[in-house]
Design a protein around this ligand. Structure first.
Ligand code: UT7
Length: 332
């Protein structure tokens, strides 16, 4: 029997309807469309505004989109991995609730938190379960309600982030398609530069932490930018090298959408032509765990069976990495 590889066989997505444009942000904080566009590439982002709805709401919608398009029976799903940095609640895993709500009643589920690299790490997890031969259908969802942890008076962060969700199904493949190689990295030096100070075990919530705004994301953008540029480019170049991929062999770069300039730096180190670099940051901003599956969903029509995709991400922690995957199907 051929070796089992782990292939993506279906995708789904969801973004909320509410659009927050650069123009509206101009009336909220001291910023302007020109600055945001030239420094980040973002034009607008989606926000989940409805009260009482959390990350699970979007994750369920993305999973349902995948289920209805692929016509799989949710009862056949073995495992749901929920990649998110903004779970519904600190305790009671969001993925468990999502699995039950989508009818994946035979699955077990858990959450995976690695900031903006959550989905990339989740791909590694999902693939390993499939390659082991133990499970046949692993649903990986990346979803974040970043608006729940953003201070909309802080121009350093509120212009960047948005809400959204995407989902992929991993299944066994016997033609050698699917995940080929991965380089995953982390470095605790990053914890000072991108974080939420309060609400965890070091600094539990209190009146003071709320008054001091310590439940919002803090980012030292310049420092994170520097590490992101070198981190993402290094691993992407290395994964090409060790798989003997030339720039012509790579069909698509699926890079975390944090800043268009970081993506440009990565693709230029890889020597890729612009038309191979998939971009939707202008529409959604940085949706953290959802950027990679939202790209897959938006550009699914373009992918052909056998195409070489390089995934790359960089996030808080720091966490980063690159994955080489062969696409497994032509969209009907
Ligand atoms: O996804 C997880 C990983 N995160 C990332 O990868 C994000 C990495 N960082 C970045 O993308 C960029 O650092 C930012 C987009 C966050 C900021 O861009 P930057 O080019 O690094 O800007 P900066 O922070 O160095 O600020 C440049 C100038 C400053 O003014 P002075 O000191 O030069 O007079 C800021 O005060 O721009 C000013 N500025 C703004 N101006 C208008 C900062 N934010 C804004 C703003 N609108 N929103």
């Amino acid at each position: 029997m051929n070796k089992i590889t782990a292939a993506i066989t279906a995708v789904g997505a969801y973004v909320p309807e509410f659009v927050l444009s650069n123009q509206v942000l101009e009336s909220m904080v001291e910023t302007n469309d020109e600055w945001i566009t030239s420094r980040t590439g973002i034009k607008e982002r989606r926000l989940l505004k409805e009260k009482g709805k959390g990350t699970s709401f979007m994750a369920i919608k993305a999973a349902q989109d995948l289920i209805s398009k692929s016509k799989i029976n949710p009862e056949e799903i073995d495992l749901v991995i929920m990649a998110t940095a903004t779970p519904d609640m600190p305790v009671a895993a969001t993925g468990v609730y999502v699995a039950t709500q989508i009818g994946a009643v035979n699955a077990f589920a858990y959450d995976l938190q690695a900031a903006c690299s959550s989905f990339l790490y989740g791909m590694s997890n999902a693939a390993a379960y499939i390659e082991s031969g133990r499970y046949k259908k692993v649903l990986l969802i990346g979803a974040d309600k970043m608006s729940s942890i953003i201070d909309y008076t802080d121009r350093a962060t509120c212009i960047i982030f948005g809400d959204g969700a995407g989902a992929v199904l991993f299944e066994p493949n016997f033609e050698g398609l699917g995940l080929q190689d991965e380089i995953l990295k982390s470095d605790g030096i990053g914890r000072e530069y991108l974080k939420i100070d309060a609400g965890g075990s070091i600094l539990p919530p209190s009146k003071e932490t709320v008054e001091n705004g310590q439940h919002f994301v803090f980012q030292d953008g310049k420092t994170v930018f520097k590490y992101a540029v070198s981190g993402m480019a290094d691993v992407s170049e290395k994964i090409m090298e060790r798989n003997n991929l030339t720039k012509d062999d790579v069909n698509w770069l699926i890079a975390h959408q944090a800043n268009k300039r970081i993506i440009d730096a990565t693709s230029s180190r890889m020597g890729l032509d612009e038309d191979k670099v998939l971009i939707n940051i202008h529409r959604y901003g940085n949706t953290t765990s959802a950027t990679l599956p939202l790209l897959l969903s938006d550009f699914e029509d373009k992918f052909k069976k056998g195409d070489n995709l390089i995934f790359a991400a960089f996030g808080g922690g720091f966490t980063w990495g690159s994955i080489y995957l062969k696409w497994a199907y032509n969209k009907q």
